[in-house]
Write a protein that binds this ligand. Structure first.
Ligand SMILES: Cc1ncc(COP(=O)(O)O)c(C=O)c1O
Length: 389
């Protein structure tokens, strides 16, 4: 029997293209094999150069949350003060991570759908000395993108270290360590890189590496920059076994990114977000994020209130129609769905996704003319001249 294809349109993991899958299916070789060492070296070099990091990029086995912890493990000690800029669920995750490490945490929380502003951050930093400021670049619970460059500038002026959670942004939304004043950027493989889950990615500026050095021995070993630095500088060295096939997969993802061009990739994501929004909104769904903060990588689409949608049923029918979308979190649970459109997404995927949402909407009793939203998407794809990757 043919197994119907299910599109993975949750906000990560994202669709993994064949050339990346092929790397994961390769026969695993020894991590001391010269061929792997060269591949690992090129991955670390590309990450460092593409995201313009004057310190070091780290690639280790783990998920995004490990990278979040790793950032704090290496640049803080108990008693340090941290300002967490939270735009939702994953911003709040940093509060817990910091408190467990004995850090003094203050939080600026934006109402869901909006972002903490540079003025909010200036207000806090001008009244109290903070060692670290954290911000979530794209908040996956709300589809909001924070003004990272502006917050980074203020953080620098007040001489604090700036940690950015780029899990749902890196590789899809503009993000550079140097011009945005980022000291530690954290991310992972399964979102805009379009690789399967399993790699924690982290970039540390020279300033962050110096901070780590000043701390002496830290309690964490697996997450210790000092343990991994020799490996990242020379991958023939050993600290923990590298996830060989995933590193090959990331190498392939970086080849795709370089071929497309980072700036072109950022532009494509913005255009895709705009045309998908227009198509999905035409069915009566509304975007949660304020227009000014709309992320280019994913969206929260709220159900039309009058339609009386049963959330679990809606998403079950969506799965039956061949598309996985995610439920909403926090106060928005049950009120809409979250859809990713980041990474190696092409026109065929977007067309199938919007068509599946149209069928799902009709089967859930939403009154609409089948094909209208798809037509809007098609027109947008042509007018915006969105390139195939
Ligand atoms: C913004 C953000 N930060 C952190 C995480 C945690 O990453 P992981 O689930 O890979 O641990 C996620 C997961 O979706 C996320 O979206």
């Amino acid at each position: 029997m043919i197994k119907p294809h299910k599109l993975v349109m949750i906000p990560g993991p994202t669709p993994v293209v064949r050339s990346i899958q092929d790397q994961m299916g390769r026969e695993t070789i020894a991590f001391g094999d010269a061929r792997f060492i060269e591949d690992f070296r090129s991955v670390v070099k590309d990450l460092k150069e593409l995201w313009r990091c004057d310190g070091q990029a780290f690639v280790i086995a783990g998920s995004g949350t490990l990278a979040m912890e790793m950032a704090m493990a290496n640049i803080s000690k108990p008693g340090n003060s941290v300002l967490v800029c939270s735009n939702g669920f994953f911003g709040d995750r940093y509060v817990d991570i910091c408190r467990r490490r004995g850090l003094q945490v203050d939080v600026i929380s934006a109402p869901w759908g909006k972002s903490v502003t540079p003025e909010d951050v200036e207000g806090k930093l001008s009244k109290k000395k903070y060692d670290i400021v954290t911000a979530t670049h794209v908040e996956t619970s709300t589809g909001v993108m924070a003004p990272i460059a502006e917050i980074g500038k203020i953080t620098k002026e007040h001489d604090a270290l700036f940690v950015v959670d780029g899990v749902a942004a890196t590789g899809g939304a503009e993000e550079y360590l140097d011009t945005m004043g980022i000291d530690v950027l954290i991310s992972c493989s399964q979102k805009a890189f379009g690789v399967a889950p399993g790699l924690a990615l982290l970039w540390a500026s020279k300033k962050a590496l110096d901070k780590r050095k000043s701390l002496g021995t830290i309690v964490d070993s697996y997450m210790d920059f000092e343990k991994w630095l020799p490996v990242m500088e020379d991958p023939s060295k050993y600290w923990g076994t590298p996830p060989i096939n995933l590193i090959w997969a990331l190498k392939q993802s970086l080849e795709i990114i370089k071929e497309e061009g980072l700036e072109e990739r950022y532009a494509r994501h913005k255009k895709q977000a705009a045309v998908v929004d227009e198509a999905v909104s035409s069915m009566g769904f509304s975007v949660l994020a304020d227009k000014a903060f709309r992320a280019p990588t994913l969206a929260v689409y709220l159900y039309p209130e009058e339609a009386g949608i049963d959330d679990a049923k809606f998403r079950a029918i969506a799965a039956d129609e061949g598309i996985y979308i995610a439920g909403c979190l926090g106060n928005y649970a049950g009120k809409g769905f979250r859809m990713g459109h980041m990474g190696n997404i092409d026109k065929h995927i977007l067309i199938s996704a919007v068509a599946a949402i149209e069928r799902t909407a009709v089967r859930n009793g939403i009154k609409l003319e089948l094909g209208r939203a798809l037509g809007i998407l098609q027109r947008g794809l042509i007018e915006e001249s969105i390139n195939q990757i």
